[in-house]
Design a protein around this ligand. Structure first.
Ligand SMILES: [Zn+2]
Length: 399
């Protein structure tokens, strides 16, 4: 930073709603914008002065980012339909921080001097790391001062000042696949979604909300589920021809696909005036979604005026106490009706890779003529098939 009066030299995006801007620090979210291409991350392992332990290895992060079908490289390739990857990522360390942990603590709960942590860790690595190769930096400290964070920050490295995607991590659960994916999502500009009650850590269907419910286990800890379709669309990962926009006053029956590869829609949007809409998407237990509690159609009420824009709309009968939202999907035969807006979403049939739904707005489903081309129906047992992975439900992690 170059001195007094430069108010926003620093761009830090924080994952928690509790983050508040402090003097001389402006915390903002980078606007989510279409994201494509390689996004290599340098992972820097940094040791605090006076803390000798090295609780995690560079090989763990090299594997987490790049090795095997569960790596974050494969995860982001799948989530973006091949638009992004993290090829070229590499871990380095350990590097010596100039100060002990107490220097980076502050008086706020679950908070620390994020900018100083980032500056000192990256500066310690600057002689050994060619940062021109990377768009992102994972900062991994040998002691956890706060919950993980992800965002964006300007740093001067290799003599050049530019913005990096930055994650603040530490060993243990904070280094798990699901957590790192969530924080990477923040660094791409995504905010949390919420469950029906507005809990930003309560939407089990979104990697950008819950980390820890119903996740598969792997060598990398809990595996990330997918982002909701609204988040994929914010990053430009849903092509226009795979996006259905309700024409209003005209009911339509469409095929919603859970994954790329078919010909159905990947998201349906039902406009509700200028700043709100419903989104409808299919989610099927497969791939990174294998540990979801069930397959289902998701409905989100999106309000672009909220920081956490997407709110899950759950069937009342499917809500489950303190884990509301966990079963918030709509299954075949269910109908969502919004009397205020006249919107109706009826789930007609489960398919192998999605659902057939009928969307109407101010009209009646009886007028509907089915469209959407040939479809393959799901085997009857598909909703009950057991997962190859071991779902862990209820081990909550907030970050
Ligand atoms: Zn978060």
């Amino acid at each position: 930073m170059t001195g007094v009066g430069v108010a926003v030299a620093l761009l830090v995006t924080l994952s928690g709603a509790a983050w508040t801007a402090r003097a001389a620090t402006v915390a903002i979210l980078p606007p989510p914008r279409p994201l494509a291409g390689s996004q290599p991350f340098a992972t820097l392992l940094c040791k605090f002065a006076g803390v000798a332990v090295e609780p995690v290895s560079i090989s763990y992060f090299d594997r987490l980012m790049l090795e095997g079908p569960e790596s974050l490289d494969q995860y982001w390739r799948a989530m973006s339909s091949g638009r992004i990857n993290v090829a070229g990522s590499q871990a380095f360390g350990w590097f010596a921080m100039p100060h002990p942990p107490r220097v980076y603590r502050n008086n706020e709960p679950d908070s620390a001097e994020l900018e100083a942590l980032a500056r000192d860790c990256s500066a310690a690595a600057d002689a050994d790391v060619d940062f021109t190769r990377f768009t992102g930096i994972n900062l991994v400290f040998n002691e956890c001062l706060l919950r993980p964070r992800g965002g964006e920050m300007a740093l001067t490295l290799d003599g050049v000042r530019r913005r990096f995607r930055v994650l603040w991590l530490c060993p243990g659960a904070s280094a798990a696949h699901q957590i790192v994916a969530h924080e990477m999502g923040h660094s791409f500009g995504l905010t949390h979604s919420t469950d029906e009650d507005g809990d930003e850590y309560g939407n089990t269907w979104d990697v950008m909300s819950v980390a820890g419910y119903c996740a598969g286990e792997s060598d990398f800890g809990l595996l990330a589920q997918e982002p909701i379709a609204f988040n994929k669309d914010l990053l430009g990962w849903i092509p226009p021809e795979r996006k259905f926009r309700s024409p209003g006053r005209e009911a339509r029956t469409i095929v919603l696909d859970a994954a790329d590869g078919g010909t159905g829609y990947l998201i349906a949007e039902i406009p509700l005036g200028r700043s709100r809409m419903y989104t409808v998407e299919a989610r099927v237990r497969a791939g990174f979604d294998d540990a979801l509690s069930t397959s289902g159609v998701l409905i989100h009420e999106v309000d672009f005026r909220r920081q956490n824009k997407a709110r899950l709309v759950s069937p009342q009968s499917n809500r489950a106490g303190d884990v509301a939202g966990m079963f918030g999907g709509w299954s075949a035969g269910a109908t969502f009706d919004d009397a205020v807006s006249g919107v109706s979403v009826r789930v007609d049939e489960a398919l192998e890779n999605g659902f057939i739904v009928t969307i109407s707005q101010g009209t009646t489903p009886a007028q509907i003529v089915r469209s959407g081309g040939p479809v393959r129906l799901a085997p009857h047992a598909s909703g009950q098939r057991s997962s190859a992975s071991s779902p862990i439900c209820g081990d909550e992690t907030r970050n």
